[in-house]
Design a protein around this ligand. Structure first.
Ligand SMILES: NC(=O)C1=CN([C@@H]2O[C@H](COP(=O)(O)OP(=O)(O)OC[C@H]3O[C@@H](n4cnc5c(N)ncnc54)[C@H](OP(=O)(O)O)[C@@H]3O)[C@@H](O)[C@H]2O)C=CC1
Ligand SMILES: O=C(O)C1=N[C@H](C(=O)O)C[C@H](O)C1
Length: 246
């Protein structure tokens, strides 16, 4: 039996995770912690799942690692600097695992993987991410992970700059430029989490789109991560290995 705690338990994702954990044999929900609650009720957990806020997540991860508790982290806002900090904390606790994923939905992981494959073949690329208006950050963590994969694939293929990346754009109508790729963030009532990756070359375009229509889409990935993390010490990024995608 894996004893599971959830940080951000009253939030949109945290509440869904609490319900999902309670439905799975072999997992036991023992702590549901939200902002302002004392963390000590989560002391005896084997794994803590964090869906909180980019401003809170680092402190939460440190709290868990210090106590030898494995973590599954869906909260966004990770930079290379933050990941280095997590690696440093884990170095002092070699038996502890921490899995951080910008997106736990299978379709989103496949979208990123397919975008990485396509990136070498098209000079033009842009990302449009679309989310509910309560989302705390922009661009999304998924868009950040996607452009990181695209940028690496472009570099490996010897592609130079995206052709129109230096256009005069005084009002930001062309979106943010992240790792050389234009990223547009739409926030709209009625949406959950969606992303399009658009590729363009001579006489053709390719659009890869993923839609999370319900937060249920993230739960199989979160549950797999909770079951996996105790046997995988150190830092794991993404759920690709859990899905057999490399
Ligand atoms: N990786 C993935 O697949 C996904 C990632 N996300 C990410 O997860 C995060 C949360 O999203 P969402 O559920 O929509 O956000 P919500 O705002 O609905 O939920 C976050 C919850 O965490 C609480 N909280 C804030 N700080 C702490 C803390 N220190 N300890 C415990 N609880 C805390 C908040 O309380 P209060 O409101 O009082 O501050 C709130 O109840 C975001 O970063 C989002 O991008 C979302 C969906 C999927
Ligand atoms: O805040 C959300 O809702 C989501 N956040 C993650 C992100 O920033 O990529 C994952 C998904 O897009 C939903």
């Amino acid at each position: 039996m894996i004893r599971v705690g959830v940080f951000g338990a009253n939030g949109r994702m945290g509440a869904e995770v609490c319900r999902a954990v309670q439905r799975v044999d072999g997992l036991q929900l023992v702590a549901a912690v939200d902002a302002g609650d004392p963390h000590d009720e989560a002391e005896g957990c084997d794994v803590i799942v964090d869906f909180t806020h980019p401003d809170a997540v680092m402190e939460n991860i440190k709290w868990c690692i210090d106590r030898g508790i494995h973590t599954v982290v869906g909260t966004t806002g990770f930079t290379e600097q933050r990941l280095e900090q997590v690696r440093a904390w884990l170095a002092d606790k070699p038996e502890v695992g921490c899995l951080i994923a910008s997106n736990f939905s299978i379709g989103a992981v496949l979208m990123m993987h397919i975008a990485e494959m396509a990136a070498a073949y098209y000079p033009s690329v842009e990302v449009i991410e679309l989310h509910h208006p309560q989302k705390a950050d922009a661009p999304s963590g998924t868009a950040g992970s996607t452009v990181e994969l695209i940028a690496a694939a472009r570099e490996k293929a010897g592609l130079g700059e995206v052709p129109d990346a230096t256009m005069h754009d005084p009002d930001g109508a062309r979106g943010a430029v992240v790792q050389g790729v234009h990223v547009h963030s739409v926030r709209l009532q009625g949406l959950v989490a969606h992303q399009e990756v658009l590729f363009g070359g001579p006489g053709e375009t390719l659009t890869i789109r993923h839609d999370s229509l319900d937060r249920a889409s993230f739960m199989p990935g979160v549950v797999k991560a909770v079951q996996d993390v105790p046997s995988h010490p150190g830092l794991t990024l993404g759920i690709e290995r859990l899905l057999g995608i490399e």
